[in-house]
Design a protein around this ligand. Structure first.
Ligand code: DON
Length: 555
């Protein structure tokens, strides 16, 4: 630990902190100290929040390879200091050869792990196109400067944190069985904190992106390496898929909740819609007069969550392919009616389903970063490979992991994905379609000014993590760090369980909730929230989640 503290000053035991880093001008909160530093440096050099976001995205692809990526996708929500709002969808797409039943055998049974592990699990990556598009619209520093920190980290080596070292060790056997050309750094037997990792192939790929922009990834040598990898591993992504990939600017979803305005990502993420639905459903209850640990508070949130995740399973998917009824889903009347049968006295049970192969203990391996720049522009970015290290396949010679985002589709109606989420037609696989996400990069305004930048990894638990952290601050007056550190709970309609972190709900309250019909399951960690809260007259406070190596950095 002493060595680590030396390597990453400021990376102490965040759980011990009650106040996050406070800075006057600018801040990045991300999953890794080196990525936060890369983003903060961009702003020190005169760059804005989007410049910093691009630098963080590329740096995370090196130092945080289990979720940071160039082989995956994500969403970026932006609020400019003039109040203008933007959201960028760089979610992966199904390859053109994908089809509805590609993960089922002749009898219609789902083939174990096919959508999770290996080449066929990968969607067409969107991150590089996304960064290029964000840069074209908002970037101010030279493009090459934004990627250079990532190249330097990959080429000159970077020290592993303890968590990252264990992740590499724990996944070694799967890396070896899934890869066609296993890179050296995945073969090494025992990584320890402080060990230096070098990623030469990744550095070269990043240089091609630095020198050729979009075509440094979707065409030429990198594209050839991806397609050769697909051929060796029986994957289906082809040159056309890569050439045709495009990220998209979309309308952010927005709504008022009490004195706040919520701004987040619309389809193909369910995150923004679900977060707003949750807030609207509890709006008529005086949450701030409830005790944070009380059964009434837990019960109210859980009952709202059941209804929201039930909607998600049926109504949400890629709006380019399925008519998602966004307006109805966000309609005040509809949402208040959905709570008409809510009672503080008893739980309404979700129909039980066979839970299949749920892997809710899959570690939190998406990643969120929040950024505010000296002008008051904000970027809220969640990006992912889906599972930890995605499909666990590194593109031979190119050095980066491919996502396993295809598992976010409903691979068979009613069959739970790796987060236990069920879906149907709205989220069925179609060529070129984007799989439904739960990512909830959000920006909150209060009195027309920037108030909070927030988001989390955690699959299905992202939405409820963001929801609770927001309420912790607004209803329970926690500061940002207390809010993200506080233990959480989660319900997603099916399976009918309240997942709860240790220490969140007192035993006696749990007993009462069980008597009301709730079922509990204790779980490791729920989400990993990185957020920034504006403090009028003072600057801003970072909330870096102690559930990971998350770090706030700024000035
Ligand atoms: O887009 C989604 O909702 C998922 N692919 C996110 C995955 C995730 O958060 C992984 N962490 N547990």
């Amino acid at each position: 630990m002493a060595l680590l503290l030396f390597i990453f000053p400021g990376c102490g035991k965040l759980g011990d902190q009650t106040t996050g880093l406070i800075t006057g001008e600018a801040m990045v909160v991300s999953a890794h100290p080196l990525a936060s530093a890369a983003g903060a440096n961009m702003m020190k050099n005169g760059g804005n929040a989007v410049d910093a976001a691009i630098a963080v995205q590329f740096a995370l692809a090196v130092v945080y390879p289990s979720a940071g990526n160039i082989g995956g996708g994500g969403f970026m929500v932006i609020r400019q200091s003039d109040g203008s709002l933007h959201s960028l969808d760089y979610r992966e797409k199904a390859p053109m050869q994908a089809h509805r039943k590609m993960y089922q055998n002749k009898n219609g049974d789902v083939i174990n792990d096919l959508s999770i592990l290996g080449h066929l699990a990968a969607g067409v990556p969107g991150s590089v196109d996304g960064m290029v598009r964000a840069y074209e619209q908002f970037g101010t520093l030279p493009w090459r400067d934004l990627i250079q920190p990532a190249i330097d980290l990959a080429e000159k080596g970077f020290p592993l944190t303890e968590r990252e070292a264990s992740k590499l060790n724990d996944n070694r056997a799967e890396f070896i069985s899934t890869n066609t050309v296993t890179p050296r750094f995945l073969l090494d037997e025992r990584w320890a904190a402080g060990d230096l990792v070098y990623m030469k192939n990744l550095a070269n790929t990043l240089k091609r992106i630095r020198d050729h922009g979009r075509s440094g990834f979707y065409e030429g040598e990198t594209a050839d390496l991806i397609i050769s990898e697909m051929k060796r591993g029986n994957g289906i992504i082809n040159h056309d898929d890569l050439r045709r990939y495009e990220s998209k600017w979309r309308e952010p979803v927005t709504a008022n909740y009490r004195k706040l305005r919520i701004i987040s990502m619309g389809p193909p993420s369910s995150g923004g819609i679900a977060l707003i639905q949750l807030l609207k459903m509890i709006e008529n209850y005086e949450v701030d007069t409830m005790d944070w640990k009380s059964e009434n508070y837990v019960h109210l949130l859980v009952e709202a969550e059941k209804r929201v995740y039930a909607d998600r399973a049926v109504w949400l998917g890629d709006a380019d392919y399925f008519p998602v009824p966004v307006e109805q889903l966000l309609d005040d009347g509809y949402l208040h009616r959905r709570m008409a049968d809510f009672s503080f006295n008893h739980a309404i049970s979700s129909d039980s389903i066979s839970e299949g192969n749920t892997q809710l203990e899959e570690s939190v391996e998406t990643t969120h970063f929040s950024i505010v720049d000296p002008w008051g522009n904000a970027a809220s970015v969640t990006t992912t490979l889906n599972g930890s290290f995605g499909a666990k396949v590194v593109v031979g010679g190119a050095g980066f992991f491919l996502n396993n985002e295809m598992d976010d589709f409903s691979i068979k109606s009613g069959f739970p994905n790796m987060f236990g989420l069920v879906g149907s037609d709205a989220n069925a696989i179609e060529p070129g379609k984007r799989m439904l996400s739960s990512m909830t990069p959000a920006i909150i305004e209060k009195n027309d000014s920037l108030y909070m930048v927030i988001g989390s990894p955690g699959g299905s638990r992202i939405i409820t993590s963001v929801f609770q952290c927001l309420l912790n601050v607004t209803a329970f007056k926690m500061n940002m760090q207390e809010s993200v550190s506080a233990p959480r709970f989660h319900h997603q309609w099916k399976p009918d369980r309240i997942y709860v972190e240790p220490g969140r709900i007192p035993e006696i309250t749990k007993q009462h909730l069980v008597e009301m019909g709730h079922i509990f399951e204790e779980t490791g960690s729920i989400g990993s929230v990185n957020a920034i809260l504006m403090i009028p007259g003072k600057g801003m406070e970072g909330g870096a989640d102690p559930r990971g190596d998350n770090t706030a950095s700024g000035f």
